[in-house]
Design a protein around this ligand. Structure first.
Ligand code: PHE
Length: 339
């Protein structure tokens, strides 16, 4: 029996040392010390021993039990530590690792140019006005001296909601709407969407943007108009930019003109950008027609004014050297991310 106990201690010590997990240890504890375990099996032979031998063997058996229990506890503690260390290693957080990049958007090229134009005019004391995109025939045409049947309607065909309600073809109706509710001095710009029933191509879009300008006060002259537009042109395209006023016709201004800026690529010598002209047309303008002032409730004997209308896309095309207006509306990130 003594030999058996020795062998038991030895084999238990080896197996405990080789255990790889706490579950293994628990299995060993049951195998050696459990009710049906090996130690119990040995103790069952006690009955065969003499009265003198019994307490000696009992002592040895207790020592073997204590030895195995201790070995298991020690090994269990060791494995616990190892498991903890492994878990900590697996869960390590590297705080120096770069974070996830959040992609920031930015302004659309049209908004970039629009904000610039707004800044330029706010700097000259203008305020910003707005009007509806779904407009009455009266404001879009009638009140601007374009009665039914007038040839100017042909060049501004639009989308009709009813006979009298349409998508505005220009921002000029804001002139009338603003004059109806405000007394001179008036100094506003009014940016916004306008619509024409044009097929989309590199230079046309059924939806585009204009910026209307209106100044009404006592003694306003064409000289004021020219100075104002010169300031705009220089601020947008550079100090050396010149402007040129060409006689034109708009039913709601008299006299009327189209305004060109000297080509900012060739400086006026002529290049592909200005198609050899040296000049690039950017807007229409003129002195507000007396009847238009009257339609807005303002006495043309007392007041005079000028107005202009700029195409926002046109300016953005030139500013960013873009050759197709459709790029502005396609939301292609390859295009938009360049600004
Ligand atoms: N509304 C005109 C157009 O769309 C431009 C313009 C505005 C001309 C104001 C003169 C005065 O063509």
């Amino acid at each position: 029996m003594k030999v058996q106990l020795e062998a038991l201690r030895k084999s238990a010590a080896e197996k405990i040392a080789a255990a790889k997990s706490r579950a293994d240890l628990e299995a060993l504890r049951i195998a050696y010390l459990g009710k049906k375990g090996e130690l119990t099996a040995i103790l069952k032979q006690m009955g065969k021993l003499s009265a003198e031998e019994r307490p000696v063997m009992g002592q040895l058996a207790n020592e073997a039990r204590a030895f195995i229990e201790e070995a298991i506890t020690a090994s269990d503690n060791e494995l616990k530590e190892k498991e903890k260390a492994a878990r900590l290693k697996a869960e390590t957080l590297d705080v120096t690792m770069p974070g996830k990049q959040i992609e920031l958007g930015h302004k659309h090229p049209l908004s970039i140019v629009l904000d610039e134009v707004k800044d330029i005019f706010i700097g000259m004391g203008f305020s910003i006005a707005s009007g509806p995109e779904i407009e009455l025939d009266y404001y879009n045409f009638e009140a601007l001296n374009i009665p039914e049947g007038h040839p100017a309607r042909d060049t501004q065909d639009t989308f009709y909601i009813t006979d009298k309600v349409l998508l505005r073809t220009q921002t000029s109706p804001v002139q009338i709407r603003y004059m109806e509710h405000n007394k001179p001095p008036i100094r506003i710009i009014s940016p916004g969407r306008v619509y024409r029933s044009d097929a989309a191509d590199a230079t046309h879009s059924p939806l585009f943007h204009q910026i209307e300008g209106l100044v009404v006060d006592k003694g306003v002259t064409m000289g004021d108009l020219k100075a104002c537009l010169e300031t705009l042109a220089k601020a947008l395209f550079g100090e050396s930019t010149k402007i040129r006023l060409r006689p034109h016709h708009f039913p709601f201004t008299e006299p009327s003109c189209e305004v060109d800026v000297s080509c900012f690529r060739c400086g006026g010598k002529g290049c592909p950008m200005c198609k050899g002209e040296g000049w690039i047309e950017i807007l229409g303008a003129g002195m507000v027609h007396p009847q238009v002032l009257r339609n807005g409730g303002i006495d043309p004997e007392e007041y005079s004014g000028f107005a202009f209308g700029v195409g926002l896309e046109r300016i953005a095309l030139f500013r960013f050297h873009i050759d197709d207006i459709r790029l502005f509306y396609e939301n292609d990130m390859r295009f938009l991310s360049q600004f």
